[in-house]
Design a protein around this ligand. Structure first.
Ligand code: DX5
Ligand code: ZN
Length: 217
């Protein structure tokens, strides 16, 4: 399976964001993970549209936008127009999941639905034919640098089993607490898009960190 690595700039030095994005490109990452928090859906506020526009002008990396906001449908077009390539929203935050996926696709972007650790994985099975990716949160969304929740691994395996048995080619993303040890666990369970914030930006040798996350080192 083709493993993709998506460093989360939530753990970058935001005063030197251009430099850190360069380092991310040079390390061989596939995506750049952009966490948007509204202080309502999660208990934290990060950054949003103007920052995304600046990031877009400074990189050709795939921009993997993770919306942790209520009523995400209201902002899909704005994020699409600001340079997102993949737009992920939370099933718990949106009453019209089908409509929001459709809107993302109409904007010409890849669509993904995310679930929090306590949300059963079966609840998103009905959407897997319509989305490009499912994000299984491996920490409670809201903050970088938290510990991996091991109970989420069974959800990854169950989803991979479900898609494989139906011949569906689906990206399964994991986000939160990913490091050398947990990357191995989630890859074995069937995840193929790995977000890493603190592990990646703290690493002195970022190219090596990407290799480790991919399982090549
Ligand atoms: C958490 C965010 C993550 C976060 C991951 O709500 O969605 O993307 O930046 O950070 P680490 O890898 O440090 O857990
Ligand atoms: Zn995220």
């Amino acid at each position: 399976m083709n493993i993709k690595i998506s460093p989360s700039i939530l753990s970058a030095d935001l005063c030197s964001l251009g430099r850190d994005i360069k380092l991310t490109e040079e390390a061989g990452a596939d995506y750049l993970h952009f966490d948007v928090m509204d202080g309502v859906f999660v208990n934290n506020i990060s950054y949003g549209i103007p920052v995304l526009q600046s990031v877009r002008k400074n990189t050709d990396l795939v921009l993997d936008v993770h919306l942790m906001i209520t009523e995400p449908h209201r902002f899909i077009r704005a994020f699409a127009d600001s340079g997102a390539d993949i737009i992920t929203f939370h099933s718990e935050a949106e009453s019209d999941i089908e409509g929001t996926v459709k809107l993302i696709r109409e904007c010409g972007k890849k669509a993904a639905v995310a679930i929090k650790p306590a949300t059963p994985v079966e609840s998103i099975y009905k959407y897997i034919n319509d989305v490009d990716m499912i994000l299984i949160m491996t920490v409670e969304p809201g903050f970088g640098g938290q510990g991996f929740i091991y109970e989420t691994v069974d959800k990854i395996s169950a989803l991979r089993k479900y898609t494989e048995s139906r011949g569906i080619d689906l990206d399964i993303q994991v986000d939160g607490g990913i490091n050398a040890e947990t990357a191995d666990i989630v890859r074995k369970a069937g995840a193929n898009v790995l977000v890493a914030g603190s592990y990646f930006y703290k690493a002195a040798d970022k190219e090596k960190a990407v290799g480790i996350l991919r399982g090549n080192v």
